[in-house]
Design a protein around this ligand. Structure first.
Ligand SMILES: C[S@@+](CC[C@H](N)C(=O)[O-])C[C@H]1O[C@@H](n2cnc3c(N)ncnc32)[C@H](O)[C@@H]1O
Length: 342
């Protein structure tokens, strides 16, 4: 009962129509720096990537040219290259399937859905991002077979989406507070949260993902890491863990190289530090198990992994480095090995 209440506390989704967006639904929200109003229709010169495009076949993806077909452009801060959702959509869905991006930003995923004949559902907490998504969708391919729905809403409460109705989730959350999307002006914006609270809330996102996804289907999440006090903070590792905890299996961990990334790269440019600049993100692909599957087979690709780590014991990190070393059993005492468990 308590868990259900948490979900109900998040605001319900609100479907937004194109006419509403063209009146400037987001105009009052001083957030992203996009102008509100003019559709991009006239700027579309190509409905797909260059002719030599081939879908990815390895677990390292790199797009030095981010992709500028249809209405795609890089002006929404931190938006993903259209090659990312295109690859996921082509690999994991067929025409007529339904794809969800519940943190849709400028609508990159939904534009790809429209171009590839998939039904798209987009959600963003920021009305101005939804406005931008609708403008980016305002071009005509001549294909009327597929539908797109765009909502202002919270990815922790997808109340308008039925259980087990989605064929693919392709989404790109904020990386905790690395880019403050609404500059803390919108309640529920996950980019306003510290890493620990962000992680807790991403668990609610993961629970909604597993609820709406059809059994056996896939959920792709792109997420990056950061540094604090010059040390690595693996946000991606935390997000992977909460998705496993919600019941997903990990199918892929794809390294996506970053090009022209603002943030870490720019901040440290020209300076010399004792660490490497972060130039990659993780694209996790999770799979929702089917009801009849024998989960014991996937123990090392599921939350079973977490119990393996837990069985090692752990450190409680109570203040000083001395305490930390004592907690992990590596204080002043030399390391001693027990009998080989094999
Ligand atoms: C990294 S951006 C997504 C960019 C998108 N992939 C694109 O190509 O434009 C993350 C988005 O998550 C949205 N967001 C933050 N908290 C949210 C929440 N609780 N529910 C839904 N969207 C949220 C932000 O407004 C932002 O647009």
């Amino acid at each position: 009962m308590a868990k259900l209440k948490i979900i109900l506390d998040y605001p319900p989704m609100k479907l937004v129509a194109r006419a509403e967006a063209s009146r400037g639904i987001g105009a009052a929200v001083a957030t992203v720096s996009e102008p509100v109003g003019t559709p991009y229709r006239t700027r579309v010169s190509a409905f797909g990537p260059p002719m030599d495009y081939e879908p990815e076949s390895t677990t390292v993806w790199s797009f030095p040219e981010r992709g500028s077909w249809a209405t795609h452009n890089g002006t929404y801060r931190g938006n993903w290259s259209p090659y990312v959702p295109r690859n996921l959509i082509l690999k994991y869905t067929v025409e007529g399937d339904t794809v969800l991006d519940q943190m849709c930003g400028s609508g990159t995923t939904l534009v790809e859905c429209k171009l590839l004949g998939r039904n798209g559902i987009g959600v963003d907490i920021n009305p101005q991002a939804v406005d931008l998504t609708l403008r980016n969708l305002d071009f005509d391919t001549g294909d009327r077979r597929h539908q797109t729905r765009v909502y202002v809403g919270d990815s922790r409460n997808l109340n308008d989406i039925q259980n087990e109705s989605v064929d693919l989730i392709a989404t790109h959350p904020p990386y905790a507070g690395m880019i403050a999307y609404s500059r803390r002006t919108i309640d529920g914006d996950l980019s306003a949260l510290s890493v620990p609270i962000f992680t807790t809330e991403m668990y609610q996102v993961a629970r909604e993902c597993i609820r709406v996804l059809k059994p056996g289907k896939y959920c792709g999440i792109l997420i990056g890491d950061t540094r604090k006090h010059l040390h690595y903070v693996p946000i991606s590792f935390l997000v992977e863990n909460v998705f496993l905890k919600a019941g997903f299996l990990i199918k892929e961990d794809i390294i996506k190289l970053q090009w022209k990334a603002k943030g870490t790269r720019e901040r440290w440019r020209g300076k010399s530090y004792d660490f490497y600049k972060i130039a990659h993100e993780h694209l996790f692909v999770f799979r929702k198990p089917k009801a009849e599957e024998k989960l014991s087979e996937f123990k090392l690709s599921s939350c079973g992994l977490l119990s393996v780590v837990a069985s090692v014991g752990g450190c409680s990190q109570t203040g000083s480095a001395d305490n930390l070393l004592r907690d992990v059993g590596a204080g002043a005492q030399p390391f001693t090995h027990g009998p080989d468990p094999r």
